[in-house]
Design a protein around this ligand. Sequence first.
Ligand code: ADP
Ligand code: MG
Length: 608
Amino acid sequence: MSKIRILPDALASQVAAGEVVERPAALVRELVENSLDAGARHIEVHAQRGGIAMIRIVDDGSGMDREDAMLCLERHATSKIRTKEDLGAICTFGFRGEALPSIASVSRFRLATREKEALVGTEIEVNGGKLMAVRDHGGAPGTVIEARSLFFNVPARRKFLRTENTEFAHVEQQLRLHAIANPQAAFTLTHNGELILHLPATRDMLERIRGLVGDELASRLLKIEETTLHGVTVSGYIGGPGMSRSNRQMQTTYLNGRPIESPSISYGLREGYHTALMKGQYPVTFLFIQMDPTAFDVNVHPAKKEVRFHDGNGVREAIARCVSRTLENAAKLPSGHAPARTALIVPAVETTRQEQFVMPVVTSTAPLRQVEPAISATLAIQKVLPNVEPPSAEIAPPKQVERPKPESQGQPAASDFRIIGVLQKLYVLMEGKEGLVMMDQHAAHERVNFEKFRRALETGGVPCQRLLMPINLQTTPRDADLLKQNQAVLSRLGIEIEPFGPNIFKVEALPAFLKTDDPAAWLDQVIEELSSLSTKSSSLRLSEDAIATTACRASVKSNDVLSIPELQALLKDLLACEMPYCCPHGRPTLVQISTAEMERKFGRRAPG
Ligand code: ADP
Ligand code: MG
């Protein structure tokens, strides 16, 4: 007897449905996309018991006539594409004609729809894929779609659903993703009858973001000036240096309005943030990319979450450039022009509510800091820090004259701070205009040295110091190749290295700034950095920066005791940096506890 059977239609559709609608949040994705495609300006999402008991979406979009309402429940019935060519240039969210039949096959489904001019609409009931009833519908123009008892007829699938709370968290996250990209539409979300989100329509993207993440976080975002490179137009808002998360939840990226994830985009972000992002951390982004729909393929993922770019490198580079320019500009803008400008100093108290992307409307519990514009930026040439290097070996200090600062510079000046003392030989306590400011002396040093190092690289190379006794370095054959290939780069970095036999090198000079007791171990780190970079194949400047980052870790000794004038000089150097508020590894250099915060802690001021 043969074993192979053609699946009955109903079963086949349930199998495929699993790909499209794996959980309530997926229903929300598909149905909200349909509403947006139908031009809706108001979209309501109602969920019961995490969306498992019920999801209902009400929109004021185009609606459907009776014929379309019947047709839309057929598999592969879509109004959005007609020909194979259309599939290569998709401008709508939907295109497969799969969502509605899939949802209808695994739930108790009701569709009620009416076109604007139509006298009467249509209501259709389907039970686990079986058509139960078609009748007239007298409701408002637009479409209502309701799916009850999800997977009631597919127990195997129901088993994969998580708790109601978890499922609802996904529903909410999904709706937020769409709401961010579509400020022109009003969104409402309820759960078990309780209002969770209410977002009025707005023309202002930042206002929509604020409605979702709260004032405090929104005020710290930097605006990307819309730029086009390689046919990729990038815009949106991103977190400044030192603003990061340990997961990707707030790294939201959109392609032509569709929330997507893509390695090209992630690499671009990482490259753009570079030293402004700690290893293992993810940035906060609301990044929008606009591209010709023929330049990528969305038909590669069942949930349409991933895309394939024809020119992934172009996308990566466009994003990297925009992000790095935005971060650099943020450190220069006169205050008042950038809303986030005032908040680059990381507040000591970050409320966890803002960390999470879950609360509907987050009211700020951390006070907004307003950094006063410096009265005048001191243009004095910096003194060489005695603890950094003997003057002969010192990397040229930043030339202030080359980068004159506007008078209205928002950046605080060293004179705005009074040094109180040093805690644990590391944290410099200072009185600032708005409270207590702490400087991580080590991180500050790394940032200062990193920027000096980078400037030296740009102007001909890092000064090196010949070793009295050359170091012999034994390497693996793979590392030996790497070193040979990168000999010129290394030399610019102040590392003179010559082959000295098979897989052996003689190290003759090291960067003059280096402060390490174990140069061999430090070289190992540099080699490791080189090899991880060669696999990622980034730009030369980026590899040099990455090595400079490693180098700078070894440019400061921990537990150095500094005198007050030395600390003042360090602070001044730090504030003169292009990106003063984080070390090259993305850790904050300055942290502030505002006076208001302290007053609350001491009970002198009511919380909130
Ligand atoms: P797709 O979105 O891929 O076309 P769907 O199964 O999601 O497939 O929807 C099928 C069709 O039903 C759509 O092409 C559209 O014409 C129609 N449709 C679905 N939802 C709505 C809605 N909310 N308002 C108007 N038309 C809709
Ligand atoms: Mg659809």
